[in-house]
Design a protein around this ligand. Structure first.
Ligand code: PLP
Length: 459
């Protein structure tokens, strides 16, 4: 295990948010009232909130100062130009269209580039990204390496593209049916797993040969750059900022959810190098988000984002960010708790299938484990298994995915090492009494995205 000083926080605490401490009986009541679904808990009743890393970061004092410098003009806000400058300098993209969050940018680029019947290859799907591709008339095709779907594989770059799969799609459909390849850094649904620079270069070479664009889902690009620095020998001595820039330079445009890497609570953008596509996007954003110099954001939000972008590529920040996640993962690993390996950049994924082998998937082991973690210490995690997978649209039968996981997502700069210890110890306590834990039945099931609102009862 790495020593404590190897990832210690490169900041000190100036302001605190007090948390409500609950008793065991209060937590049992709260989770019962929430139908044993962590999405339905009130945040007030949660001690350590690991539901998501989206929009949950702590901003720096510099970002907060930036909020006070919001220029709330309808058009041409100073903060827009600061954001444009940050995107050009840090990421290297020429043109910027701000959006309210990542999906706003996905909507714009999908409606501009995708025609009915098109194929969009990608290194694993993301929920909103795939939906916008489908709504524009396209079909997503998974081109990630097989290792990404295997919880046991310890491949250092599980986000890599299988070039054979991509080439087969190009052969089958031809480049005119493939408007772009969507490349995510790091891959969220694979557990925060990175793509290597050498793989991205090969994807660039292949797509360039066929005149196909790469649109970059750059939501966690700095986290990906950190893994490249740590794992790809060529980049051992290169700064995260340089690696980020090199990744972006291999692509033609990007969608960004700034609620992740860029350390803000709301915001996103579309970035492009080609002027014609930019002009279309700048025109379309007015219909759905707002004028092209604010895209659904306040001036202060754009200022905080511009500052957050620069902070996100700092070596010490990223070392502590990923180091904290690894610290938690390594403590669990040392205790013999089954987790997905390698440990990803934004969270630790518990293997509920292995932790609760006596609970069949029909009785929702990951949902049960998430509820038990809340009862034990007020920790809120998220189910990523059969409940999230939902039902097959045609047969109406439940989908039983290979991965039955509980995601412990770590917000950036929010919790301390002591909190990581509380989490690890709570998981160990639940693990120790695992044989006594019983599964659940679903007593209410909504029609769409059931994991958000479904209700359960212990058997
Ligand atoms: C969160 C996320 C998005 C969507 O961004 P929002 O800001 O939530 O709209 C897209 N891609 C990835 C990989 C994400 O993690």
């Amino acid at each position: 295990m790495k020593s404590r000083s190897s990832w210690a926080e490169p900041y000190k605490i100036k302001m605190v948010e007090l948390l409500k401490m609950t008793t065991l009986s209060q937590r049992k009541k709260a989770i019962r009232e929430a139908g044993y679904n962590t999405f339905l808990l009130r945040s007030e009743d949660v001690y350590i909130d690991l539901l998501t890393d989206s929009g949950t970061s702590a901003m720096s004092d510099v970002q907060w100062a930036g909020m006070m410098r919001g220029d709330e003009a309808y058009a041409g806000s100073r903060n827009y130009y600061n954001l444009e400058k940050a995107v050009r300098e840090v990421y290297g993209y020429t043109y910027l269209v701000p959006t309210h969050q990542g999906r706003g940018a996905e909507h714009l680029i999908s409606s501009i580039l995708i025609k009915k019947g098109d194929i969009i290859p990608g290194n694993m799907y993301f929920t909103t990204t795939r939906l916008h591709q489908e709504l524009a008339g396209g079909t997503f095709r998974d081109i990630i390496i097989d290792d990404a779907h295997d919880a046991e594989s310890e491949h250092p770059f599980k986000g890599n593209v299988d070039l054979g799969k991509l080439e087969a799609l190009i052969d089958q459909y031809g480049s005119e049916k493939i408007p772009y390849v969507c490349i995510a850094t790091t891959v969220n649904m694979a557990g925060g797993q990175p793509i290597s620079m050498s793989n991205l270069r090969a994807v660039r070479e292949l797509t360039a040969k066929h005149g196909i664009r790469i649109i970059h889902d750059m939501t966690r690009v700095a986290e990906n750059a950190y893994f490249i620095q740590q794992r790809e020998p060529e980049f051992k001595r290169k700064s995260i900022a340089r690696i980020v820039r090199e990744i972006c330079d291999l692509t033609d445009g990007a969608t960004m959810s700034a609620k992740k890497d860029a350390l803000v609570n709301i915001g996103g953008f579309l970035a492009l190098n080609d002027q014609e596509t930019f002009e279309e996007a700048r025109n379309l954003v007015v219909v759905y988000e707002g004028l092209h110099t604010y895209g659904g954001l306040a001036g202060r939000d754009m200022e905080a984002m511009a500052i957050g972008i620069r902070e996100s590529v700092d070596q010490n920040h990223m070392h502590a960010r990923v180091g904290q996640v690894e610290y938690l993962g390594q403590r669990l690993q040392a205790a013999g708790i089954p987790i997905v390996l390698p440990i990803g950049s934004h969270g630790v994924f518990l293997d509920a299938r292995k932790i609760l082998p006596h609970i069949p998937q029909e009785q929702y082991p990951a949902q049960t484990l998430a509820a038990e973690l809340y009862i034990d210490a007020g920790i809120r995690a998220m189910e990523r298994g059969v409940v999230s997978a939902g039902r097959d649209a045609k047969t109406g039968k439940e989908r039983f995915p290979k991965l039955e996981l509980v995601r412990l997502t770590i917000p950036r700069r929010v919790y301390t090492q002591a909190h990581m210890d509380v989490i690890a110890e709570s998981v160990m306590r639940v693990y120790d009494r695992r044989s006594k834990i019983k599964g659940m039945e679903m007593v209410y099931e909504p029609n769409y995205l059931r994991f958000f609102q479904a209700r359960f009862k212990p058997l």
